[in-house]
Write a protein that binds this ligand. Structure first.
Ligand code: TRH
Length: 412
């Protein structure tokens, strides 16, 4: 395995080396089942593209590839997308098999892995788990899961956990990401997407991106943006909100209806709305780089928003048993561990409200405290955070180093 000179050149720090694919581990199979939303496929596509960019031949087996039509319409060199099915007669298992989020590859495929193992060419079988900052991640990362029954009986599956510390698999960060971000011109992206911020904007104008699940506080928050102090007097737009398709667009449209506003790019008080189509993952990143506040959801857009470096609020995938509260709290502990209290306190309070905890009546006070705190303290804090994470190996480099060590017996 070789470590390339990193294509990223952020001035403030040096990045961990980018590992390329070793010759003994050229062929990768990634299995993905789309449960709901876009995160499963979003993560698998990024992983497949990143691996292929470092020299791997990747087959992405997915049960519903339809979202790739907008997420990645041009595909990627080195990545073949295959339907979720039993392998054809001439399709042998790859050197490394990744099942995303415990999705269980087809039994006939796993049987072929057993046959390969019997001839001494067992693929390395990895279960890539969900990202979390919770303590169990460090404990479980890299653990073996021997298969005692089922089609894979006799094989070993290995847990691989993305995460925020050096004792985990790290965060997806393809080579050159930060350099591309730093060279990006927001105006070009916005113009290409037909987003015109207008010449009469308020000097404090902010661009925000909304990508969320159903959000009980959304109408009240939109009211705050629309009725921002002094807005009525000068009648100028203070916030342009870019609204992604799906839950967010539905909720914003309902709010517009309630406020009696119509039209393709409606303005309500100090708030202008722009409804986005689904854009490619590459374009989605650029929107995160361009916005002054990113309201994101799930894991993949969180990671991309963290690398974007702009202020963000995270809405977690809601779970009935409420475990997302622990997940949020673990993330805030890691992300804000060295943040000044003037930033950490309102950010924690707003993040809790945004995820259904706390008293909704506190929203106006919390938002009013958060916005100036973000302006004053976010920049320095995010730079420190990014440096810490960028100096740790990125997920694909960790995966390659781990897979090579495992294959050569270096991990015992
Ligand atoms: O879509 P999500 O809510 O995915 C979720 C989460 O991953 C969740 O944890 C999981 O359990 C559930 O799926 C099944 O959010 P996420 O993870 O941010 O994924 C969104 C992907 O969609 C991401 O790769 C970015 C991409 N995207 C685009 O490429 N273009 C777009 O226009 C939009 C709105 C998103």
């Amino acid at each position: 395995m070789s470590a390339d000179t990193n294509a990223d050149t952020p001035s403030a720090f040096s990045l961990s080396p980018v590992l390329t694919v070793p010759s003994a581990l050229q062929r990768w199979d990634v299995f993905c089942r789309v449960i709901d939303n876009h995160g499963d496929l979003g993560v698998c596509w990024r992983l497949a593209r990143d691996l292929a960019g470092r020299g791997a031949q990747v087959r992405l087996w997915v049960d519903d590839a339809s979202a790739l039509a907008w997420m990645a319409p041009d595909g990627a060199p080195g990545v073949r997308v295959l339907p979720w099915r039993d392998p054809l007669a001439d399709e042998v298992p790859a050197d490394v098999v990744i099942e995303a989020f415990g999705c269980d590859p087809p039994a006939a495929y796993v049987s072929r892995m057993v046959s390969a193992a019997e001839t001494g060419t067992a693929p390395l079988w990895i279960n890539l788990e969900y990202l979390s900052a919770e303590p169990h991640v460090e404990r479980l990362h890299g653990l073996a899961s021997p298969q005692w029954s089922g089609p894979g009986r006799g094989l070993t599956k290995w847990f691989f956990y993305p995460g925020f510390t050096a004792a985990t698999g790290g965060l997806l960060r393809e080579p050159g990401l930060l350099a591309r971000r730093d060279a990006h011109h927001p105006a070009t992206t916005l113009t290409r997407l037909g987003i015109h911020l207008g010449a009469d904007d308020h000097p404090d104008h902010a661009l925000m991106l909304l990508f969320g699940y159903t959000q009980p506080l959304l109408a009240a928050w939109l009211d705050l943006l629309a009725d921002a102090p002094h807005a009525r007097g000068d009648r100028r737009v203070r916030t342009t909100l870019l609204v992604t398709p799906g839950f967010s667009a539905q909720q914003v449209r309902a709010w517009l209806h309630q406020r009696g506003a119509t039209g393709p790019g409606p303005v309500v008080g100090a708030l202008r709305l722009h409804f986005l189509p689904h854009v490619t993952q590459v374009e989605f990143d650029r929107l995160l780089w361009a916005s002054d506040l990113n309201l994101v959801r799930g894991e993949d857009s969180l990671v991309r928003a963290l690398w974007a470096g702009q202020p963000l609020l995270w809405q977690l995938y809601p779970q009935d048993d409420g475990v997302h509260a622990d997940k949020l709290s673990a993330f805030l502990d890691v992300a804000l561990d060295r943040a000044p209290p003037a930033l950490a306190a309102p950010l924690r309070a707003m993040a809790r409200l945004w995820n259904g905890a706390g008293d909704p009546a506190d929203l106006p006070r919390t938002w009013a405290a958060l916005w100036p705190a973000l302006q004053q303290a976010w920049g320095a804090d995010t730079a420190r955070r990014q440096r810490r994470w960028a100096e740790q190996p990125d997920l694909v480099s960790s995966l390659l180093a781990w897979a090579e060590a495992r294959q050569s017996g270096g991990l015992g």
